[in-house]
Design a protein around this ligand. Structure first.
Ligand SMILES: Cc1cc2nc3c(=O)[nH]c(=O)nc-3n(C[C@H](O)[C@H](O)[C@H](O)COP(=O)(O)OP(=O)(O)OC[C@H]3O[C@@H](n4cnc5c(N)ncnc54)[C@H](O)[C@@H]3O)c2cc1C
Length: 445
């Protein structure tokens, strides 16, 4: 009589961002081959999102902020694909691979870590005219677009066209919008300084708008004050308590009634959970999947969620949920791994608890606003702490990132457009990227 070898249980992790990457890494350490760990993600890399503004501003080359999944996650099987449907009864995830082939993966434990997408507000013209800032394609597109506007402005015969082309409007003064505006202003100033035909009386104008009363509204007020001061001293037009009423191909109408002529509306108003979450038919809180403090979906044993996609109870602030940040996502990934392992008989489960480690906002050059462990820092010290923090937090590429920073400090930035990403490939509504799949319309650049 032959006995069938016992199949190892399979843990399927969907999404390899901050949460999914940490889950996979911790599980491969703790389970040591006792389960098959499968990671389903559309790309073969982990994207370090906090350094994306530096890619858009030409400080870092795009590959620096990507960390190879197969190269850094030993004992984890990577499946390239995007989950389209989760069958919770049959315990299967249906996906489409990058070449359009459909497949399915069964699981014994499921970790949903699909993150978030850009949040689109119902403002006329925004979906058609704004650029989002959520991934590598957007950063590459923005770098080219900004370079192109400066070059076209330099050769424009009409002064009004020149002004419009070198006006850049960023909406949303959270950490993303603040960093994009801070780095963007430095980038365009550097571009025009080098340009032989640049009109002397014109300076690139960057505006940062938000309905909130201060920049970085969700963070410690001292960080807001530092960021505000750096932005204004650099010449960024900071307009708080202001929003966009309408956007056209020629400019934006502010709610104050002012019309700003621009070809560049950069939309950083925040994010909402990945649309896969709403398709599950499970309880959500502001679009995020409701989970227990152990990160398990109530009533669905073996199904876990973490990161931006999950509404994780904040045990330090009863009744509230942890914010969508990389710090929370990474640490939740570790807790999800621990609890998945416990459900397979390895170790004990634990709830997600956190202590505030502070926040770091890179403002370009040597400037930053940071409050590590609650200690407010500004200027060059904050700059050094922020860069050190990013190097420590990145799971790879540290030497390459540091080398790019050194080169950027020593050499002029390279200003060329590669044209690899076109506007139709970065639709603002990333929840429905049909346009990106079908190609450009008649007037798309
Ligand atoms: C420009 C920018 C700057 C930021 N800066 C900071 C910062 O300085 N500090 C900070 O704390 N936070 C920052 N954040 C927020 C932080 O990056 C997010 O909170 C964090 O990435 C959330 O991690 P996550 O793992 O939940 O999602 P993500 O990191 O977004 O990862 C989700 C993963 O799931 C994959 N995925 C999505 N849908 C599917 C699907 N259907 N099937 C398979 N895979 C899928 C995605 O491709 C991705 O790899 C920033 C965000 C942005 C956009």
């Amino acid at each position: 009589m032959t006995t069938q070898p016992r199949r190892r249980p399979r843990v399927l992790i969907v999404g390899a961002g901050f949460a999914g990457y940490q889950t996979a890494r911790e599980l491969s350490r703790t389970l040591r081959g006792r389960a098959e760990i499968v990671l389903l993600n559309p790309t073969d890399y982990f994207l370090y999102l906090p350094l994306l503004p530096q890619v858009a501003a030409g400080v870092l080359e795009p590959r620096r902020v990507t960390v190879s999944l197969p190269g850094t996650l030993r004992h984890v099987r990577l499946v390239l694909g995007e989950a389209g449907r989760v069958d919770l009864e049959a315990r299967k995830v249906h996906f489409t691979d990058p070449e359009g082939t459909e497949g399915e993966l069964g699981y014994d434990r499921l970790v949903l870590a699909v993150g978030s997408v850009s949040k689109l507000l119902p403002i006329p013209g925004v979906a058609e005219n704004a650029t989002g800032f959520r991934g590598l394609p957007e950063a590459l597109y923005l770098r080219d677009h900004v370079t192109r506007q400066v070059e076209l402005a330099a050769s424009a015969a009409d002064p009004a066209e020149c002004t419009s082309r070198c006006t850049f409007v960023v909406v949303g003064a959270g950490y993303t919008g603040t960093e994009v505006a801070a780095h963007g202003k430095m980038f365009t100033d550097a571009l025009v300084r080098k340009h032989p035909a640049w009109p002397k009386d014109v300076r690139p104008r960057w505006m940062l708008l938000d309905v909130a009363d201060r920049v970085l509204p969700g963070l410690d007020r001292r960080l807001s004050d530092t960021a505000d001061q750096v932005l204004r001293s650099r010449g960024v037009d900071v307009r708080m308590g202001t929003s966009v009423k309408e956007s056209t191909s020629r400019g934006v109408l502010l709610d104050s009634g002012e019309f700003v002529e621009t070809r560049s509306l950069i939309w950083c108003v925040g994010v909402r959970p990945d649309p896969l979450v709403s398709q599950l038919g499970l309880p959500v809180e502001r679009g995020r999947l409701v989970v227990t403090p152990q990160l398990e979906v109530p009533g669905r044993p073996g199904v876990f969620a973490c990161g931006d996609a999950a509404a994780v109870p904040d045990l330090h602030r009863p009744g509230e949920f942890t914010p969508m940040t990389a710090q929370h996502a990474s640490r939740q990934g570790k807790v999800a791994a621990r609890n998945v392992a416990a459900s397979l008989g390895v170790g004990d489960p634990a709830p997600y608890r956190h202590s505030d480690l502070g926040f770091a906002v890179d403002l370009g050059g040597v400037k930053a606003a940071a409050n590590p462990l609650g200690v407010p820092l500004s200027g060059i010290v904050a700059g050094a702490v922020t860069r050190g923090y990013h190097l420590a937090a990145m799971p790879g590429n540290r030497v390459r990132v540091a080398a790019d920073w050194l080169l950027d400090a020593a050499l002029p930035r390279q200003a060329v457009q590669l044209g690899l990403v076109r506007s139709w490939q970065v639709p603002l509504d990333t929840a429905s990227p049909e346009l990106a799949k079908t190609g450009p319309g008649p007037r798309e650049e």
